[in-house]
Design a protein around this ligand. Structure first.
Ligand code: SIN
Ligand code: CO
Length: 384
């Protein structure tokens, strides 16, 4: 297990002073850091057509972007290229463990673990991201420069699939070594150039835009055929200009929409389903044949432990201590009675259950049936 060390800073101070505000370099954030995967293993992942990978290389002033799957890397030579592999947490359980220390931010805000290998001189060039990121330095050394948001910076595309930013003033300019962590808030220009063959792990966050939220809500209403209230206008005043949509009508339309958003159950059910949907392919561990509940009980009784599938999104919502619990797993909603809050917490707060935590799921036939269903769906699996 990786243990995060913010030095003299507490997590509370980090959140109050840096999160979404300013970048921070945490030297030795992980002491005695061991890479969870090798450069060769990362390259191997990038050969797989299910895995989202791209390679950015620089040839003098020309930037080139190749999309995976790749069939080899020899043609790229010894320098000036970076291979970026998305959602490595979906494919590599050891790499997925790197997300765990960052769960002081809730699951729903965490996106995925992107891993890059850079040859000396390699990097994606100076750019801005829309999301917060923690970049962990694995093997090798890389020089990172980070600046504060600056509206005067110009964005341009040196390649149709590469957005970069003009030269910026750096407030952090340092060489990162294994175990160092760089926090970059959205909109801060940054540029990392490898000094040695190096691995970087990016813990990325997600921040849905209003467009995504409204679009997601509309899809939910359609999927569940939720019609909602219809516009009505008793007491209408006579219109003097039939062509006009007057501000009173517009106000009533807005009110109708706000009324929908004010529905607590709808908001909770929709948002949990929406935000727990997998964005990318999952490496489902569906057992063949499926287990019977009695077999699961036997394994748990023997001390077998369960792990959660890497990349599986899950979260829960409970409006108050007496209220039902809404558990969301991979886009599906499972309503549970209030006294099942511990089950929801174990499934969503923990990526791996201990023996004692596993036994919790043997205590009632309902829990056993539920965990059996989740195992048979390939969402939880017995850890070797
Ligand atoms: C990386 O090259 O590992 C990170 C790229 C980035 O800054 O987003
Ligand atoms: Co970036």
């Amino acid at each position: 297990m990786y243990s995060l060390n913010f030095g003299s800073l507490s997590i509370e101070q980090f959140l109050a002073e840096y999160w979404q505000q300013k970048p921070l370099l945490i030297k030795g954030g992980f002491s005695n850091f061991q890479d969870p995967l090798s450069a060769d293993e990362l390259a191997g992942l990038a050969l797989d057509e299910q895995v989202d990978a791209r390679l950015i290389h620089q040839n003098d002033a020309n930037w080139l972007v190749d999309e995976g799957p790749f069939d080899g890397f020899d043609q790229y030579g010894e320098k000036d290229w970076t291979l970026l592999v998305q959602a490595v947490d979906h494919w590599q359980p050891d790499a997925a463990k790197l997300l765990e220390p960052f769960r002081f931010i809730p699951n729903w805000r965490i996106d995925d673990l992107m891993v890059s290998f850079s040859a000396p001189g390699g990097g994606v060039g100076p750019h801005l991201d829309q999301y917060d990121v923690f970049i962990i330095q694995g093997m090798g050394k890389r020089r990172w420069r980070v600046g504060m948001p600056d509206a005067s910076l110009e964005q341009f595309c040196p390649h149709p699939r590469l957005l970069q930013v003009s030269d910026f003033n750096a407030c952090i300019d340092d060489v990162m070594e294994p175990g160092d962590i760089l926090y970059i808030p959205p909109g801060c220009p940054h540029d990392g150039v490898s000094l040695e063959p190096s691995l970087n792990y990016s813990v990325g966050f997600r921040a849905p835009a209003q467009k995504d939220l409204i679009g997601g809500l509309a899809d939910y209403l359609l999927d569940f055929q939720i019609e909602g209230e219809r516009f009505s206008d008793p007491g209408r005043l006579r219109s003097l200009s039939p062509g006009e949509i007057n501000s009173r009508d517009l106000g009533q339309v807005r009110q109708l929409m706000q009324q929908l958003l004010a529905d607590d159950d709808l908001m909770s059910h929709w948002f949990g389903s929406y935000i727990s949907q997998a964005k990318r392919e999952l490496d489902l561990q569906e057992p063949e044949p499926h287990y019977q509940a009695e077999e699961i009980a036997e394994y748990l009784d023997e001390g077998s432990v369960l792990g959660r599938l890497g990349g599986l999104r899950c979260c829960y919502q409970q409006a108050n201590a007496e209220g039902d619990v809404q558990l969301f797993i991979n886009g599906d909603r499972f309503p549970l009675p209030a006294n099942e809050i511990d089950s929801a917490r174990l499934l969503t707060d923990r990526s791996q259950l201990t023996e004692a935590e596993c036994r919790h799921f043997m205590q009632t036939p309902e829990r056993l049936a539920f965990i059996t269903q989740l195992i048979n769906q390939g969402y939880w699996y017995f850890v070797e």
